[in-house]
Design a protein around this ligand. Structure first.
Ligand SMILES: Nc1ncnc2c1ncn2[C@@H]1O[C@H](COP(=O)(O)OP(=O)(O)OP(=O)(O)O)[C@@H](O)[C@H]1O
Ligand SMILES: [Mg+2]
Length: 265
């Protein structure tokens, strides 16, 4: 069974349809890259998957559970929506760390709140200190994994862009999402810093993390993905395994997009 199923998602803004029926599935531990020109709807698709946008049509299932169904609007409570969002981790282009908290606190804040809410929902007494200790241990392990074990007490403003993005990745992982989504995680970074972030994402692939990556890094998409979707004008113009897409694209639009992307390098 696929961990993620996206079915026939349609989304309009001001009467203009931006997503025109997007469907795909993703197996556990696999990496899907989404490529396509600016304005083709990649970010909108990620936002729909994270319930930040409300599509007019379509369904989203995680582990076979129907989390979103456009034909049944308004049936979810805020608590259910928050719970649904926990299936997805989201890493944006612009790191979005909390500037007033240090690296470790950035990674424990949400897990601490979650532990409290879970205890409340299950009617258990909440041991704040024990929950925090467990979350600190988990965050320290994750931060070491992204190469930031020595920066736990630093503040975001004391870190490079690449380091901030690696904290953002650790922070997303701390909530143990089923699917980690990236929206152009390196496009705000210099090439040198880009590589350190891409290395971390490659490491996550080796650890069987299920990922959806919107990226302009074509070489990276080619080497890290199990499947590639090329979006154009709100539809999946072409999809397939990376070697096929990058070496033998079937669609003229894909060919022309890839030729332009390579020119820019
Ligand atoms: N909140 C919004 N209100 C109105 N239009 C929007 C909104 N969000 C996105 N759009 C429009 O939807 C289309 C797709 O935008 P989207 O950001 O999904 O593209 P993208 O593929 O992520 O582009 P890029 O590669 O530049 O990030 C664009 O025409 C954009 O202007
Ligand atoms: Mg975008």
């Amino acid at each position: 069974m696929p961990v993620l199923e996206v079915k026939n998602i349609r989304k309009s803004f001001d009467g203009a349809q931006v997503l025109k029926g997007i469907s795909f599935g993703l197996e556990k531990g696999k990496v899907l890259s989404i490529i396509g020109s600016s304005g083709s709807g990649k970010t909108t698709l990620l936002r729909c998957m994270n319930f930040l946008e409300h599509p007019e049509e379509g369904q989203i299932l995680v582990n076979g559970q129907l989390l979103f169904d456009a034909s049944r609007p308004g049936t979810l409570t805020d608590a259910q929506l928050r719970e649904n969002r926990l299936h997805f981790g989201l890493v944006f282009q612009s790191f979005n760390l909390f500037p007033q908290y240090n690296v470790l606190d950035n990674c424990t804040l949400a897990p601490d709140l979650l532990a409290r809410d879970k205890a409340k929902a299950e009617g258990r007494p909440f041991d704040k200190a024990a929950a925090h200790k467990a979350n600190v241990e988990k965050a320290e392990t994750l931060l070491a994994r992204v190469g930031l074990g020595a920066k736990l007490k630093n503040y975001p403003c004391e870190l490079s862009g690449g380091q901030q993005q690696r904290v953002a990745i650790a922070r997303a992982l701390a909530l143990e999402p089923d699917i980690l989504c990236f929206d152009e995680p390196t496009s705000a970074l210099d090439p040198e810093l880009t590589n350190e972030v891409l290395r971390v994402i490659k490491g996550l692939k080796s650890a069987d993390t299920t990922m959806v990556i919107v990226t302009h890094e074509m070489e990276f998409a080619r080497h890290v993905s199990d499947h590639v979707i090329f979006m154009a004008d709100g539809v999946i113009e072409e999809e397939g395994d990376p070697e096929q897409i990058f070496t033998a694209p079937k669609s003229e639009k894909t060919r022309s997009f890839l030729a332009k992307s390579l020119e820019q390098v």
